[in-house]
Ligand binder design. Structure first.
Ligand SMILES: Nc1ncnc2c1ncn2[C@@H]1O[C@H](COP(=O)(O)OP(=O)(O)OP(=O)(O)O)[C@@H](O)[C@H]1O
Ligand SMILES: [Mg+2]
Length: 311
């Protein structure tokens, strides 16, 4: 499905800061002024190493945290401040999350039908039990599971199947935005491809947008329309998947790209992994301006750094 970039963004994150006070003198600045947009039906990939703030952004966006600063506009509603009841309902139905480890995020004592049906139950989204059961069966089918799976428990499934249950649980609310936090990282490589393809098919059908969080670029390549690269809470670079892969600007993005193994053994033999050390790079993340290179592709840097990187 082609994304219409002239339409109104579904999600607009502006200058998001998320700090965690640890003690009276120490605060973790997990997210430091991050801005990006996601358009209806679009997949935005968020990558960065462990601790760069990916999950925190996902959790702030779905309002598991109160943002320290910045704005989050979802479908025309500012959800960054105190939420009204109506806004909370909108948020809890139209935005859903899929987690990394389906074993720990699915209640082991509940049958799959009750796990998937929980959102329906909370929001009373059915007239009677028959309709509830129909909705659950339809969603199981959509994620490639069978109707008889409804009465089983999470431990009776494989990892890949459990992740399908997690996807079904998110999908049943017909969300406009799904936040998938490392949702394929724990799966076998062959199963990863299946789940990504399933998510793509579902997007084609439902038009929902994804915030797809992963720690490496190879995972987001096949699903993302645009990608944002995160490092130590800062969004360093964002652009279309092609721009990021063909024309990376920030040295950190280059180092992430150089870490992807090449399928061709001749090329792989000569692949040199570039390293990036922010301490010696001399780049001050707190200074700098946004450079529009082409379209939405920009990096935060000073003119001097920009000259240096683009040489
Ligand atoms: N609730 C919290 N309280 C205090 N510090 C936190 C909290 N949540 C996250 N952090 C810190 O914020 C930073 C970003 O964490 P986050 O989990 O967002 O990273 P991540 O990019 O998702 O990493 P990973 O790839 O390992 O999942 C880390 O330094 C982490 O220790
Ligand atoms: Mg994380």
């Amino acid at each position: 499905m082609a994304v219409d970039y002239n339409s109104k963004p579904l999600l607009k994150v502006e200058g998001l800061k998320q700090y965690f006070p640890i003690s009276r003198t120490f605060t973790v600045k997990a997210v430091e002024g991050v801005s990006f947009e996601i358009y209806p039906g679009e997949t935005y990939g968020l990558v960065g190493e462990s601790g760069s703030g990916k999950s925190t952004i996902g959790r702030s966006v779905i309002r598991l945290y109160d943002p320290t600063d910045g704005k989050i506009i979802f479908d025309g509603t500012d959800i960054s401040k105190k939420l009204s009841r109506g806004d909370t309902k909108k948020l809890r139905t139209q935005m859903q999350m899929i987690f990394q480890d389906p074993m720990s995020s699915l209640n082991p004592r509940k049958k799959v039908e009750d796990i998937i049906g929980e959102g329906l139950d909370i929001h009373k989204n059915y007239k009677n039990q028959a309709e509830r059961s129909e909705k659950i069966k339809a969603i199981l089918k959509k994620v490639g599971l069978a109707p008889e799976h409804a009465s089983r428990y999470p431990h009776q499934f494989s990892g890949g199947q459990r992740q399908r249950v997690g996807i079904a649980r998110a999908l049943i609310m017909n969300p406009k935005l799904i936040i998938a936090d490392e949702c394929i990282s724990a799966l076998d490589v062959s199963i990863q491809a299946q789940v990504v393809n399933l998510m793509k098919d579902i997007q084609e059908e439902t038009g929902s947008a994804y915030l797809f969080i992963a720690h490496d670029l190879s995972m987001v390549k096949y699903i993302s329309d645009r990608i944002g690269v995160l490092h130590l809470g800062h969004l360093l670079e964002t652009g279309t998947t092609d721009e990021i892969f063909q024309n990376p600007i920030h040295p950190y993005t280059k180092s992430l790209l150089s870490a992807i193994p090449e399928p061709n053994p001749m090329v792989e033999k000569n692949r040199v992994a570039e390293s990036y050390d922010y301490k010696t790079s001399g780049i001050n993340y707190n200074l700098g301006v946004e450079h529009h290179v082409s379209g939405s592709h920009y990096v935060k840097c000073t003119d001097e750094e920009f000259e240096k990187w683009t040489k």
